[in-house]
Write a protein that binds this ligand. Sequence first.
Ligand code: 6PG
Length: 246
Amino acid sequence: MRSWGVTLRVLPDLDAAAREGARLVAATAGTVLSRSGRFTLALAGGRTPRALHAHLVSQAIDWERTVVLFGDERCVPSEHPDSNYRMARESLLDRLPRPPGKVLRMEGELPPADAAARYEEAMRQVFPGTPFPRIDLVILGMGADGHTASLFPGTAALTEHERWVAANHVPQLDAWRLTLTFPVLQSAAAVLFIVAGEDKAPVLAEAFGGLPHPAPYPCERARPTEGVLTVLADRAAASRLPQPLP
Ligand code: 6PG
């Protein structure tokens, strides 16, 4: 089993990190599409991706040969202000010159267990005949508590090792979420974290900066078993790293 390192890069601010993230997405897409007929990309939720998407729109990516998936979703209708799909549609999908070849939306409006099962079934059509899908690139964010996607500390989905998609009740939010599971994230060919903001600094320093901490955060477990892990952080999020990076 190959062990792959983590590339952690610090950029001056969120916009610079987003610009570099968009460049990495485009470069990955180009590499993948030079040797295969499709590029599979899982988008992150939350607020940070809006900055990434603003730069992605102008990247020369063959979206018609791209399959867009989602790392997680809130259990709300697609037009709800909290919907990750709505955020991605507004900031990216509706602004592309041509729509992606396929967009797999998590159906947040359905009962969570049904939505999770349906999404897994849809993913299995895209990645047939494999124990876990090898998504070409998964974009992730990180919460100040170390969660990623909707894999929150102390929640049931952290121990899901069979399913590709989990309906996860998050007591700290008093809400249900849909999320890709660790086996899926760990099967990815590449994971790209984009982390911004001072509030993320303590966890970033522990999770990806080597500072000792009692137990791994969910974000630490979202690393490819055989793939590339890149963390782009703005200076604020990187402010607690043990050695200032060049
Ligand atoms: C979500 C995300 C979540 C997000 C982090 C960071 O649905 O909220 O998937 O994991 O990436 O919470 O969120 P911000 O980008 O808003 O800081």
